[in-house]
Design a protein around this ligand. Structure first.
Ligand SMILES: NC(=O)c1ccc[n+]([C@@H]2O[C@H](COP(=O)([O-])OP(=O)(O)OC[C@H]3O[C@@H](n4cnc5c(N)ncnc54)[C@H](OP(=O)(O)O)[C@@H]3O)[C@@H](O)[C@H]2O)c1
Length: 248
């Protein structure tokens, strides 16, 4: 397969690129940090497949189009696009910082829009292909100190639900990926207990298996999926009580 992954310099995206390259696929990897992308390409040189750095900032709509068209020129329209780039920063309602909220929405939500804008016309024209948008179970319900992050991920889940039927009818298979806590540089920063924390290699195996299956929403680890589904189904009064108890 010909694959484009954004946010592939570290964490889930990097491991995904590595595992796909190990299976013989051609993987184009995008992030801002060229050194990390290059080290990934070097690391994967002995593998069956190839990893080609395509540096870029997902917040730059024109830049994403340029990256995508370069990939098409070099290898053809990708079979799989994984819009994975994202970040997290704790936010506070009482110490509200507008810039932090806007920045998280820009990278996590607008960054995916820019990726979709770049790849959709070519995938639709060909009438085949798969797109995976990486959201989070944090998008299921508003969690403390994660207002901007959760909102960006809830927005992605809603966006994908809305787009899936139309794209499916046009031959493009859109999936939304909702990880729980995965061991990456992103969660290394967390100073609170992370239930069911999953090693990144195991998480990526679950992600690849999910993409090969037929479920629209791919959730791992499953235990965190169940906990968050329960929270999602709770009435507001109970959910807010539980959150208050947990967060003190
Ligand atoms: N780890 C978890 O527990 C977890 C749980 C749920 C969802 N997720 C989601 O999974 C995705 C990957 O997260 P991760 O845990 O692997 O985090 P990570 O290790 O911090 O990786 C994030 C990746 O996104 C890239 N990125 C950030 N801002 C970018 C920008 N403006 N343009 C291009 N690339 C950008 C980073 O590279 P540069 O900084 O070099 O650009 C990096 O490659 C994110 O969307 C995250 O929200 C993670």
């Amino acid at each position: 397969m010909n694959i484009w992954i954004t946010g592939a310099s570290t964490g889930i995206g990097r491991e995904l690129a590595r595992q796909y390259a190990a299976s013989g696929h051609s993987v184009f990897v995008t992030a801002r940090g060229i050194e990390n992308l290059q080290s990934l390409a070097d690391e994967c040189q002995a593998l069956q497949g190839t990893v080609v750095p395509k540096p870029g900032d997902v917040c730059n709509a024109d830049g994403m189009q340029t990256v995508f068209h370069e990939i098409c020129d070099e290898k053809g329209v990708p079979d799989l696009v994984v819009l994975n780039a994202g970040t997290h920063k704790p936010t506070s309602a009482t110490k509200f910082v507008l810039e932090d909220h806007l920045r998280l929405m820009d990278i996590n939500f607008n960054g995916v829009l820019n990726g979709l804008n770049a790849c959709l016309p070519s995938l639709l024209e060909r009438g085949t292909g798969q797109i995976a948008v990486v959201a989070s179970v944090a998008g299921y319900r508003g969690l403390p100190r994660a207002g901007a992050y959760g909102a960006s991920k809830a927005g992605l889940i809603n966006l994908c639900e809305s787009m899936q039927p139309e794209l499916k009818a046009a031959g493009v298979d859109l999936r939304v990926v909702c990880p729980g806590f995965i061991e990456t540089p992103l969660t290394d920063l967390n100073d609170f207990p992370m239930p069911f924390l999953m090693p990144v290699d195991k998480a990526v195996k679950a992600l690849i298996k999910g993409l090969e299956g037929n479920k629209f929403q791919i959730v791992f680890p499953w235990q965190m999926g169940i906990v968050m589904q329960m929270l999602r189904r709770m009435p507001n009064w109970l959910f807010l009580k539980v959150v208050k108890k947990i967060s003190g």
